[in-house]
Design a protein around this ligand. Structure first.
Ligand code: ZN
Length: 256
């Protein structure tokens, strides 16, 4: 079983289309399932189109905090002004059927396979950020499966534990910020525990503007992290044409 794992698409249709094209290509190796870790909308200018593409493909959906706010399940209290403005814009532009679909997405963690769960933030709390080993330490020990895929931080990588060894797993790419598609393999053998973040499809914040995602091969006990270039200029034009905050366009080419 091969799962394409995506998170934090944030209404960026151009990035999502590039990710799907690579995942389906011989280089990507194809996939049997698609696991979506949430924050499908918010920030980007194509929320309806992203849902239209993702909805028929996703076998697992977990809700994100932006999905909750943009569908009216929670208020934008606690969001910074730019995020709140984008959420208000998204709420206004979502088609009613898409809004209803977003509202019905369950909270994580959700069991996805024999070895893996999917969450948006932490497997212990949907809104908690796992950004350091300090954050990962308790969830790694308490999670019910050996592997949890999570998002929310927009930073690709992971944290792992095997007996008394703890490690941070940072994908390393030769062509950071280049216009190449690259991959980085991580072994996830039985008996080891892993928190794995595929990174953000639609708004990476780890200093590499390329769309981030992962492919999990359960039989091979392997996770492949990937980065792929996409038409950032087109995504920025769409954000500016929608009169969303300029910062949301500018940050896409910085990967920040
Ligand atoms: Zn997000």
């Amino acid at each position: 079983m091969r799962a394409l794992v995506v998170s934090d698409i944030h209404g960026n249709l151009h990035a999502l289309e590039a990710v799907l094209a690579v995942a389906r290509s011989p280089a990507g190796g194809g996939f049997d399932q698609l696991w979506n870790l949430g924050d499908i909308v918010g920030y980007g200018a194509r929320p309806n189109e992203v849902i239209d593409v993702l909805r028929p493909l996703a076998t697992i959906n977990v809700r994100g905090n932006h999905d909750r706010v943009c569908s009216g399940l929670s208020s934008s209290q606690g969001f910074n002004p730019i995020a709140a403005e984008a959420a208000a814009w998204t709420r206004l532009h979502l088609r009613p059927n898409n809004r209803e679909w977003l509202r019905a997405i369950p909270m994580g963690p959700i069991r996805a396979s024999a070895r893996a769960m999917c969450a948006h933030g932490s497997p212990l709390h949907e809104d908690q950020y796992i950004a350091s080993m300090r954050d990962a330490w308790t969830p790694l020990q308490r999670m019910e499966t050996e592997i949890t895929f999570f998002g929310h931080t927009h930073v690709q990588g992971g944290f792992s534990q095997r007996e008394h060894e703890w490690a941070e797993d940072h994908p390393v790419y030769a062509g950071r910020n280049s216009d190449r598609t690259e991959h980085f393999m991580l072994d996830v053998p039985a008996g080891s525990r892993h928190l794995i973040n595929p990174g953000a499809v639609g708004q990476p914040r780890d200093g590499d503007w390329r769309a981030a995602f992962a492919i999990y091969d359960e039989a091979l006990e392997q996770v492949t992290f990937l980065r792929t270039p996409y038409d950032v200029a087109a995504a920025q034009v769409a954000i500016r044409a929608a009169h969303l905050p300029e910062r949301l366009a500018a940050r896409l080419s910085l990967g920040r």
